[in-house]
Design a protein around this ligand. Structure first.
Ligand SMILES: Cc1cc2nc3c(=O)[nH]c(=O)nc-3n(C[C@H](O)[C@H](O)[C@H](O)COP(=O)(O)O)c2cc1C
Length: 197
């Protein structure tokens, strides 16, 4: 589906090195979202992209649990108030869980959350490819999400919540969110990468 483009965001605070693909640089986390129903085929594409992520022993520990229009209010109730304020206009709300144990031998999988983060990024970039945006959320009901979503807390660690949506104009947000509504800068490359030797 072709999703409406409401405005061209200002990427002026971003200084990618030459050659970095726009897919990475132009991924950002808007809060101004327009309520649009995402066709089932697009959602399938987004979550199938996550399926191709790498993982320790190919365990694929990521589990995505997402809302439908019928369950949206239940998912919204699992966000802190500040996130509910903007996320109510998302198309889909979801949670990333991670299987804590290796299926192969039942031992603890210390890399499960790392791998689930990689899968979340894959779905995020696929969403951008389709013209959609995601927004990760730590402001969630950590103590209630497992029970509300039927996930066994012994087996699954909750990693984060997220919203998927269509970009809307910053003017639709109240302050102070409106002033923050632009792609953010990054630490210098030299701070996050050094070569040894
Ligand atoms: C795991 C995770 C948790 C986050 N939690 C929240 C949140 O609870 N509320 C919110 O408004 N933004 C949240 N964010 C969005 C971050 O603030 C945002 O990704 C970061 O500032 C970088 O900006 P960008 O995604 O626009 O590039 C979260 C992002 C991630 C990845």
């Amino acid at each position: 589906m072709n999703y409406p483009i409401s405005y061209a965001a200002d990427f002026g605070q971003r200084d990618p090195a030459p050659g970095v693909d726009a897919l990475f640089v132009e991924r950002w986390s808007p809060r101004a979202l327009r309520k649009v129903e995402i066709p089932a085929a697009d959602l399938r594409t987004i979550f199938d992209a996550a399926r191709w992520s790498p993982s320790c022993y190919n365990e694929q520990p990521w589990r995505f649990v997402t809302s439908t229009p019928a369950s949206f209010a239940t998912f919204l109730d699992l966000l802190v108030e500040a996130n509910q304020g903007w996320a109510r206009n998302a198309a889909v709300l979801g949670f990333v869980f991670s299987d804590k144990k290796f299926a192969r031998n039942g031992s603890d999988n210390a890399l499960a959350v790392f791998d689930s983060g990689a899968a979340w990024m894959a779905m995020t970039l696929q969403a951008r490819k389709l013209g959609l945006y995601t927004h990760g959320m730590a402001g969630i009901a950590w103590d209630r999400a497992h029970a509300a979503l039927g996930m066994d807390p012994e087996q699954y660690a909750l990693c984060a919540g997220f919203a998927i949506g269509v970009l809307d104009a910053p003017e639709t947000l109240p302050e102070p969110a409106r002033a923050m509504e632009r792609p953010s800068p990054r630490r210098p490359l030299a701070e996050i990468w050094r070569q040894v030797g």
